[in-house]
Write a protein that binds this ligand. Structure first.
Ligand SMILES: Cc1cc2nc3c(=O)[nH]c(=O)nc-3n(C[C@H](O)[C@H](O)[C@H](O)COP(=O)(O)OP(=O)(O)OC[C@H]3O[C@@H](n4cnc5c(N)ncnc54)[C@H](O)[C@@H]3O)c2cc1C
Length: 469
């Protein structure tokens, strides 16, 4: 039988053989090493390995498997809580090398890179990745959940740009997954989330858009429902080259929000266009010329400034969110939404957002990836709160559920993995992401590559629960 001192000895040996850093829960630096960007996530693993190479990841995984520890992977901690309690957390952020192949319009991306790393490397070559609203989000976590990006309607889901991945499996082996090598694992990675192994490197396609016509325009939220209705009708007229979103937000009086916005409730319409400035101006005019438009930031911008389209917070925050996909949006849906939100300045969810989908993202066959028929959803809905003042995590979550209940007639049966929420995720919600055929195929892959469910025991346990026998 193994004793605590055997464990400590082996941990000390692990620290000797990795080039990165190993932290036990009493080591100096432990708190920082496992802190997540979303401060609502409180990882308490027994061991953290801050990996510096694929070999470090392999050694960490073999250690965890030998000691029967659950493994959690973290790149930035923006993702839904897969909280490491008593297990081993592999911290990936040091593996952030990006190499761009401009001739083939691809990038080789380290498993711990953020989108900002890829954007910066691609820009000098006149290229851009299909990143999302926040450049600080991790590439792998975002991509394994589908990837709903700023140019989604022009170029599709980010996961459709995945060419190959190098993955460390539960037995510590390093394998390549692509259309021709380990195709089942490749299928699972394209929307199945982080339950199949640790991605140490991937190759993705880039698009020739170092510049985009993009930005946002704001309106006072007192007339919010009308602006949402105008936006809804406008999206139905748009070509695939424009990907747009809308959100209503009440700005909290916190240091990272400019003082003139403190306490204000505004509706922002955002868009990213891959057309010329002239064509974009013309198509955006019905929104930008609406009476009351203010803070208009639309311009031709280098893609390196794409984070300014949504202006999402950069520094860590505690967030509680809940989202879904809508099959369609009409005036009745907008009215139901605003009724469920209630008085906007007092809303426990300080930001409620809808993004327009379809376009190129809907043109990949449903059976090709675990995303299934969720490509035909028309819009994404997301409600997000920051627990502070009168708003507790529970009141934010209950308000978010109320919004989803009110929109039930428009909600797609399956939510996108990246959009189910930031807190209180249940096994049922994760199961609800997949149709039966996709889920069965994922379970078959899971059994091959991680039969002891090493990679999500610390999470909600959906894969384990679903495995027959
Ligand atoms: C402010 C904000 C903006 C967002 N914008 C968008 C958006 O525009 N479009 C969109 O689609 N999503 C968006 N998301 C959702 C985001 O894509 C997911 O939350 C994603 O999981 C975050 O990945 P991460 O690596 O940053 O987070 P982490 O919490 O570090 O990781 C999340 C999960 O990904 C897996 N994972 C991470 N790294 C690896 C790896 N190397 N190998 C294997 N598994 C790994 C693990 O399962 C982990 O639990 C946003 C989220 C936030 C908070």
């Amino acid at each position: 039988m193994q004793t605590a001192s055997d464990f400590s000895q082996e941990l000390a040996q692990l620290a000797q053989v990795v080039t990165g850093t190993v932290y036990a829960c009493d080591s100096p630096g432990y708190e920082d090493s496992c802190a997540a960007w979303n401060r609502a996530i409180d990882h308490r693993p027994s061991v953290v390995v801050e990996a510096e190479s694929a070999e470090d990841v392999q050694k960490a995984v073999r250690f965890a498997t030998r000691h029967r520890l659950p493994i959690t992977t973290q790149t930035t901690g923006h993702g839904q809580p897969q909280i490491a309690a008593g297990g081993l957390l592999v911290q990936m952020k040091r593996l952030n090398r990006v190499v761009v192949d401009s001739a083939n319009q691809t990038a080789s991306v380290g498993g711990g890179a953020q989108w900002s790393d890829v954007i910066a490397a691609a820009y000098p070559a006149g290229l851009a990745p299909l990143s999302g609203s926040s450049p600080g989000v991790g590439v792998v976590g975002y991509l394994l959940g589908g990837g709903y990006g700023l140019m989604l309607r022009t170029y599709g889901l980010t996961v459709d740009q995945l060419r190959r991945a190098k993955v460390v499996l539960a037995d510590g082996s390093l394998v390549v997954a692509s259309e021709s090598e380990n195709p089942d694992l490749f299928y699972a990675l394209r929307g199945g989330g982080g339950a199949f192994g640790i991605v140490v490197e991937l190759e993705i396609g880039l698009v020739p858009h170092a510049e985009v016509f993009a930005g946002s325009v704001a309106f006072d939220a007192s007339n919010g429902a009308e602006i949402f209705k105008t936006w809804m009708a406008w999206t139905k007229t748009l070509p695939d080259e424009i990907t747009s979103g809308i959100f209503v937000i009440t700005f909290p009086p916190v240091p990272f929000v400019p003082e003139f916005l403190h306490g204000r409730s505004l509706v922002f319409v955002t868009a990213c266009s891959t057309l010329s400035p002239e064509e974009s101006e013309l198509l955006l005019a019905p929104i930008r010329s609406r009476p009351g438009a203010e803070l208009d930031s639309f311009r031709m911008m280098p893609y390196t400034e794409s984070g300014s389209i949504y202006n999402e917070p950069v520094d860590p925050l505690p967030l509680v969110g809940r989202g879904a996909m809508l099959t369609d949006l009409d005036e009745a849906a907008v009215e139901a939404l605003f009724h469920a939100i209630g008085p906007i300045p007092q809303s426990p969810n300080l930001m409620i957002q809808i993004r327009h989908l379809d376009g190129a993202s809907a043109r990949i066959p449903a059976g090709a990836t675990p995303i299934g028929d969720r490509r035909n959803g028309g819009y994404l809905l997301y409600a997000l709160g920051v627990p502070m003042g009168p708003h507790s995590p529970q009141s934010i979550a209950a308000h978010g559920e109320g919004i989803l209940d009110a929109l039930e007639p428009w909600i797609h049966a399956r939510a996108p993995l990246n959009w189910i929420g930031e807190a209180s995720i249940t096994a049922e919600q994760i199961r609800g992401v997949y149709d039966d055929a996709s889920f069965e195929r994922l379970i078959r892959v899971k059994k091959q590559v991680d039969p002891d469910n090493r990679f999500d025991k610390a999470g909600v346990g959906i894969w384990m629960a679903a495995q027959p026998g």
